[in-house]
Design a protein. Structure first.
Length: 199
């Protein structure tokens, strides 16, 4: 399994959160670097000795106090709403894609994410050496992916499990859903053996 395919199946899309964090961090870094440059007098001794708040800007704010307060309140509310929206967006449940196999009116055929996961899980649990499996369908309707966790018995041959999963379970799932590709991230765990009683 190639790295881009595994990454698609493993990672939830955080592109928006990463971009926002990067932009805010970059602005903070640039602001800090500018403050250091000005503070050390690299842009002139006069600028380095001036107060942090520019007297001209303070005079303008004093002359337009009402407009400045309204702008500050609006900006604060806007930032608060944006922060809450971003937090809710980050905390929302990950989408589970339902696949539309037939869109013909009156004969629509939709396979739910739960049905996909259940079928692949039942198929994976039939592999030799697998004690139990957990499968989640993730991604979108146009490009679904699977997250599979397999618990293996001690002494199980990993090559056999991997071959059965790759050429059997995943191939059958992809063909039955009519997909050209079905990325999957597979996690293998050793199942705990039952505790032995000491006499």
């Amino acid at each position: 399994m190639s790295k881009p395919i595994a990454a698609k199946a493993l990672s939830r899309s955080y592109a928006g959160e990463r971009t926002l964090t990067f932009v805010v961090g970059l602005l903070a870094l640039l602001g800090g670097a500018l403050a250091v440059v000005v503070g050390y007098g690299l842009l002139g001794e006069f600028r380095g000795r001036r107060s942090l708040l520019d007297p001209i800007a303070l005079d303008w704010l004093a002359g337009h106090a009402t407009a400045a307060r309204i702008a500050a309140i609006v900006l604060g509310v806007l930032l608060c709403v944006l922060g809450l929206w971003q937090a809710l967006r980050a905390l929302r449940p990950e989408p589970r894609p339902d696949l539309e196999l037939d869109r013909t009116e009156g004969a629509e055929l939709v396979v739910t994410a739960g049905a996909i996961a259940g079928a692949v899980q039942a198929d994976a649990e039939r592999l030799g050496g697998v004690t139990r499996a957990r499968v989640r369908a993730v991604g979108s309707r146009t490009s679904p992916a699977l997250r599979i966790t397999l618990w293996l018995r001690e002494g199980t041959d990993l090559k056999d499990v991997w071959a059965g999963l790759d050429t059997g379970v995943l191939t059958r799932a992809r063909e039955s859903l009519g997909l050209a590709s079905l990325p999957a991230a597979v996690r293998l765990e050793l199942d705990t053996s039952p505790a032995k009683r000491v006499r």
